[in-house]
Ligand binder design. Structure first.
Ligand code: PGA
Length: 245
């Protein structure tokens, strides 16, 4: 269960969040969970989460680990050195507003793996794609242009997040069946490229308006292994309820 804070919270607010959140999930041992705050809050989050089961992650990283003149970017190795275990890659907001492509997604994923981070690689269709009946086609294009370029060993270390763009931050959650079908088709793409065992083992998270009151139905789908949570991950009680589910 991963929380994507997007462009929310200050370091002080980060500290407050963990002070409330950690006691609520202290008894939770059945699921891995992580918070991905804005870069500037990573030190505060790492410090606050020390000694707990909460992992910390970045929301993006550069496609090489070598330092260089790339204003505004951070290397995966820097995230690792700052205490991160995870990084979100190819979120639809990066694809829509910051020119992210399947090719840059692949480069960032490889660099993240090289640095020892667990990349959570996002795919998902826009509303127009879904309405045109092109959901599976879009997922295949994103998968084949990005994730499929990993080696089998690299693939074994990633998490995939399916996030239908029309369900992000809109309150319009995909029905469990819609999400389950998309996860099934992603798993079929994995099987075709990396084989049956890889398809059975990979964790595929659903993201898009996940809340404490809809997590149960989504998680009942056999192909949904977890959630990538935006808005509800900003509130300690809500994210704790999702983790504890
Ligand atoms: P949301 O965001 O839960 O606010 O819809 C999910 C995401 O974009 O990761």
């Amino acid at each position: 269960m991963a929380g994507n804070w997007k462009m929310f919270k200050t370091p002080a607010e980060t500290k407050d969040f963990f002070a409330k959140f950690l006691p609520l999930v202290a008894g939770s041992t059945h699921a891995d969970f992580a918070i991905c705050p804005p870069f500037v809050n990573i030190p505060a989050a790492v410090e606050a989460a020390a000694g707990s089961r909460a992992g910390i992650g970045g929301q993006n990283c550069y496609w090489q680990n070598k330092e260089g003149a790339f204003t505004g970017e951070v290397t995966p190795a820097m995230l690792k050195a700052a205490g991160c275990a995870y990084v979100i890659i190819g979120h639809s907001e990066r694809r829509q507003f910051f020119g992210e492509t399947d090719e840059t997604v692949l480069g960032r994923t490889k660099a993240a793996l090289e640095a020892g981070l667990i990349p959570m690689v996002c795919v998902g269709e826009m509303l127009a794609d879904r309405e045109a009946g092109k959901t599976n086609e879009v997922l295949a294009t994103q998968f084949n242009g990005g994730i499929a370029g990993l080696t089998p060993e690299e693939f074994s270390r990633i998490v995939i997040a399916y996030e239908p763009v029309w369900a992000i931050g809109t309150g319009k959650v995909a029905t469990p069946e819609m999400a389950g079908d998309a996860h099934k088709s992603i798993r079929a793409l994995v099987e075709a490229k990396f084989g049956k065992n890889a398809a059975a083992a990979v964790r595929i998270l659903y993201g898009g308006s996940v809340k404490p009151d809809n997590v149960k139905g989504l998680m009942a789908q056999p192909d949904i292994d977890g959630a990538l949570v935006g808005g509800a991950a900003l509130k300690p009680e809500d994210f704790a309820a999702i983790v504890n589910f």
